[in-house]
Write a protein that binds this ligand. Structure first.
Ligand code: MN
Length: 475
């Protein structure tokens, strides 16, 4: 838990950033004093690793600090007020955002999808909240073995169904693979074991073969003066393989990219030259040439893929890309974010990213199913005037701007609305005409004898609540 490990990751080190991260490190260590993880390690190891994960994504000092502090209110001895006083509104906002997301729980397909949709929209307010959450999940997955068995499976499933696709959507290929590889053995233990054995047999003698291919190709590229930055083989991640096998009758012989050779070159024109050289050496399989440079994937992925009959007729996949494309395929939106915002104030970053992020959600939505309501809600004007308020159980209720705890209560259930006696927002009592804000956590206090009054009609915002109150008053 050496602070230096985090500071070493900073690209443009300056006094201010170092001081901020150091303060967050010390504050978090104090706030988690005496607490332990399931593993028996000090709780602070978790906060530290999350901060380090964020630093490795090349994110800025505020996000790293927020990562170090992400659990100090929820699990540690600190309060939101203290965070705000010590670290300012921006970092307090991030910590609060992550704490709230922690309250979302996966139960059943429909509820899951609806929650996910709303969660994502609520998060659209600031992409950094999502990135901290992903870094948090990564470390929780790394220590999953210490969690009780029945919880393990649920957390692993949730990782495969929500967090890995989210990382993928954001173009964070490395993180997506790490999450999947950590979750797969817990979610599908039997399938994992079988597949691991099969893959081990298949790849046993690959190394020597690939060395031959690399040597031959490097020689030809040199003749054509293509500067190769790196040439590595990568074994397909096990969970992707598992998914792909399900589409191919579980026949491993049909999978041609089990091992692929990745070639990183200087610029785009060298990518195409390299493709030409490979095709002159070995015949390509028809229909297997994919130019994601000219036509990037929806998440921004760029690369050229081709599969050829290689040395000894062995079918082999090649992936060709530039250093920048590689960096982006590994770190996606985080790479962008760090790059675009180098030296810029954080506030501006939030606004910029919001727009790109909404485009991302739209693409993502295509994969998890289209509903008219979803598309409608994405229209900017509606999006702007909606707020997302969390129940204590983690459900998200979406309401128009200006909605009150009474509106919230009726949207949870009309019986709750009818018996509303008070409300707590983010743990504090508020008046019934309080204006809820995006991301608030609202808890309605009911009392059996309590009834709606005429006065409620003056402040409730939604027509639904109004009609329910009128209906009750008529009786
Ligand atoms: Mn955490």
């Amino acid at each position: 838990m050496d602070l230096q490990e985090i500071l070493n990751q900073l690209k443009n080190k300056n006094e201010k950033d170092i001081a901020l991260i150091t303060r967050a490190y010390n504050f978090s260590q104090n706030a988690h004093k005496g607490q332990e993880r399931f593993s028996g390690e000090p709780y602070f190891t978790h906060a530290f690793e999350v901060g380090k994960n964020i630093a490795e994504m090349n994110l800025d000092a505020s996000t790293i600090a927020a990562g170090l502090l992400h659990d100090v209110c929820e699990d540690g001895h600190a309060t939101e007020k203290e965070i705000e006083k010590e670290f300012g509104a921006d970092i307090a906002f991030l910590v609060r955002g992550v704490t709230k997301l922690g309250k979302l729980k996966y139960r059943g397909e429909e509820r899951y999808r609806e929650n996910l949709r709303k969660m994502v929209l609520a998060m659209a307010e600031d992409i950094r909240v999502v990135l901290i959450k992903l870094a948090d999940r990564l470390h929780n997955m790394q220590t999953l073995a210490y969690v009780s068995a029945h919880k393990r499976k649920r957390i692993a499933d949730e990782t495969l169904e929500i967090y890995a696709p989210l990382a993928d959507r954001l173009g964070m290929g490395k993180l997506k693979s790490r999450l999947e590889n950590l979750a797969f053995p817990f979610s599908f233990p039997k399938e994992y074991e079988e597949l691991e054995q099969k893959v081990a047999q298949k790849t046993a003698n690959k190394e020597t073969y690939l060395a031959k291919v690399k040597y031959k190709l490097a020689e030809e590229l040199k003749k054509e003066s293509v500067a190769v930055k790196a040439m590595d083989s990568r074994v397909k991640n096990m969970y992707s393989l598992h998914r792909k096998l399900q589409k191919h009758n579980n026949n491993l012989d049909e999978i041609h990219d089990l091992v692929a050779l990745r070639i990183i070159v200087e610029n785009v024109s060298d990518c195409y030259t390299t493709l030409g050289i490979i095709h002159q050496l070995w015949k390509p399989l028809p229909g297997k040439i994919k130019d994601y440079i000219a036509l990037p994937k929806p998440n921004g992925y760029q690369s050229i893929h081709t599969t050829v009959f290689c040395i000894d007729g062995e079918i082999t996949e090649f992936q060709i890309r530039t250093r920048a494309m590689h960096e982006e395929s590994e770190n996606g939106i985080a790479a962008h974010w760090a790059y675009e915002n180098a030296g810029k104030p954080t506030e501006g970053a939030r606004v910029d990213k919001k727009i790109a992020w909404i485009a991302q959600i739209r693409d993502w939505q295509k994969e998890i199913g289209e509903t008219k309501e979803f598309v409608d809600s994405l229209k900017i004007d509606i999006f702007k005037n909606r707020i997302f308020v969390f129940t204590p159980k983690g459900d998200v209720i979406d309401l128009p701007d200006g909605a009150t705890p009474v509106d919230f209560a009726y949207h949870v259930h009309s019986e709750i609305g009818n018996h509303t006696n008070g409300a707590k927002v983010n743990g504090k009592m508020v008046p019934l005409d309080y204006h809820l804000k995006n991301g608030d956590l609202c808890e309605v206090i009911t009392q059996k004898n309590k009834k709606p009054t005429l006065a409620w009609l003056d402040f409730v915002k939604t027509n639904y609540a109004k009609s329910k109150i009128r209906g009750y008053l008529k009786k």
